[in-house]
Design a protein around this ligand. Structure first.
Ligand code: AKG
Ligand code: FE2
Length: 308
């Protein structure tokens, strides 16, 4: 009982620290106003304790490098940035992407006129039912996209959310969770020390035999903020390299259960016109395939560095 109380106190201390860190720098009536080079002000509101801001009052068809600089700061701090009420055709979406860096094509869109703009569409609802899987985009790539931007053109009246899980928080809470032996799913959880220098193989073979695998660190360091985050995911990570298969499974499965704990998750309920930008170095995400009406999204991803 005493041990439980100690653990609870530690949990609440950690959460206070995390909440303070996530607090907006300047706040006005619960929302943050940031001066923009393009508009007098755009408005941001926090989306969830774990991550995310929503921005209103912007037209990304008019975006420039200064604005992208401001959005980038918000992204580094909040990991997910949802911009409301946008209307970007494919080419303007690509142009907006190019303000962030080099865009990557995806093996599933090589046949498109512009393979750097991917279309995720379910016209008759057939593709809307299924099971999604948590992942960080294209983690099988040698330089996986540091950000993804996904634009909701048509959304179902019901369902079709996207789940995001903050992998910085997941790592930060790992050692605390390993001490919570009351919960059977935490008994086998490795500590941060156990996984510190491990590397894992990621595969994109689901998109074609020609797609090469990549090996990346299990804990990656953000190249702008220096913050560490877990970087293994159940969709593309196949195994930890240089250990036996059993040992690899023993490490990965408990980590995956931990890494999608509700406390780290934000579920984005799309509004038509949303353009959501997320930081693949800090979050995993999953499509939630529970809808039966048309859903049409366009997507651009920006090439990142080699994870380290
Ligand atoms: O359709 C979604 O909700 C997310 C799909 C996805 O994984 C992505 O765009 O990277
Ligand atoms: Fe994805």
């Amino acid at each position: 009982m005493l041990a439980e109380r100690g653990l609870l106190a530690e949990y609440s201390k950690s959460w206070k620290r995390i909440r303070n860190r996530c607090r907006p720098r300047r706040s006005l009536g619960g929302t943050l106003f940031v001066n923009s080079a393009m508009t007098d002000s755009f408005r941001t509101e926090r989306l969830a304790p774990s991550m995310g801001v929503r921005i209103t009052g912007l037209d990304l068809n008019q975006a420039n490098a200064d604005l992208v600089g401001e959005l980038r700061e918000l992204l580094n701090e909040h990991s997910v940035v949802a911009v409301s009420n946008q209307d970007l055709e494919e080419e303007p979406l690509h142009e907006f992407g190019l303000l962030w860096g080099e865009t990557l094509s995806h093996p599933s869109s090589v046949a498109r006129t512009n393979p750097h703009v991917q279309v995720l569409a379910s016209k008759d609802g057939a593709k809307g039912r299924g099971l999604g899987a948590w992942h960080s985009d294209m983690s099988w790539h040698p330089t996986p996209p540091w950000i993804t931007m996904l634009h909701a053109r048509t959304i179902p009246s019901f369902g079709g959310d996207t789940g995001y899980s903050n992998q910085r928080l997941a790592l930060e809470m790992l050692d605390l969770a390993t001490r919570d032996k009351r919960r059977s799913h935490r008994r086998e959880l490795p500590s941060q020390d156990d996984i510190e220098n491990l590397r894992a193989n990621h595969t994109g073979k689901g998109f074609g035999e020609h797609v090469p695998d990549s090996v990346h660190p299990v804990i990656r360091t953000h190249n702008e903020t220096d913050k560490q985050a877990l970087y293994v995911n159940p969709e593309f990570t196949t195994h930890i390299v240089d250990v036996k298969n059993d040992e690899s499974n023993r490490i990965l499965w408990p980590l995956w259960i931990h890494s999608i704990s509700e406390e780290f998750v934000y579920r984005h309920q799309w509004l038509a016109g949303d353009l959501v930008i997320w930081d693949n170095r800090s979050v995993m995400h999953t499509a939630i395939l529970d809808y039966e009406e048309p859903r049409w999204m366009t997507r651009v991803v920006i090439k990142g560095d080699t994870p380290h």
